[in-house]
Design a protein around this ligand. Sequence first.
Ligand SMILES: Nc1ncnc2c1ncn2[C@@H]1O[C@H](COP(=O)(O)OP(=O)(O)O)[C@@H](O)[C@H]1O
Ligand SMILES: [Mg+2]
Length: 242
Amino acid sequence: MNALYHLHDVTVRYGARTVLSVDDLAIQRGEVLAIVGPSGAGKSTLLRLLNFLQPPTSGVVRFDGVAFSASKAAPLAVRRRVTTVFQRPVLLKRSVEANVAYGLRLRGQRDGIDTVRTTLAEVGLAELANQPARTLSGGEAQRVALARAMVLRPDALLLDEPTANLDPYNVGLIEQIVARLNREQGTTIVLVTHNVHQARRLAQRVLFLLDGRAIEIADVRTFFEAPADARTGAFVRGEMVY
Ligand SMILES: Nc1ncnc2c1ncn2[C@@H]1O[C@H](COP(=O)(O)OP(=O)(O)O)[C@@H](O)[C@H]1O
Ligand SMILES: [Mg+2]
């Protein structure tokens, strides 16, 4: 058993309401797993568990064998192995390069400037290194956020609707960067997306969440062409209102 993450009997509850309930979920090392489902299904909640931002109400999230639960925080060394990029990038009012170097500086890694430059080139922003981040377009800003995550060389990169606000050109660029990162560095990617086409383009496996429950998880081909659950089929065909 070589999963990077293993969730056992995990729930997240707010008061009497259970917003996530996952009996058993393994995320394999080096895979791209897409999580799809309607708004409110619990996708972001699941990502917050995977990033150790929020503990489960009950159950255990294991990362590389290390347990994270309501009674056991994840050690810093473990938290540093996972990074998230959100839908709306939050950038400092500084240069593009300073933004990408920021995470390295927080960790006291001041020797990373070459990595910063290389990574900016990888996301197509080498020319903008000295430009103030506030002058960037939405797509450029999101590529800065991605570069900032990439320089940390996480084992797992979590993406929460990373292209939801972007134009098709930037969506394409970001998809290429993510695919390359997975292929060349073996980074495990968990991608939350509303866009089933994006899931199909990027993921090896897809998980369908509905009302906090994992309805189906399957390899991408099975998921789209022969889903086991009728609700998965309805969602993929766009018949589910959300
Ligand atoms: N802090 C909170 N307090 C109460 N309910 C919450 C909180 N955060 C999220 N929820 C609820 O949990 C459910 C799942 O939310 P979320 O994980 O953000 O869904 P998704 O990302 O799939 O749209 C939603 O019904 C949301 O209203
Ligand atoms: Mg969400």
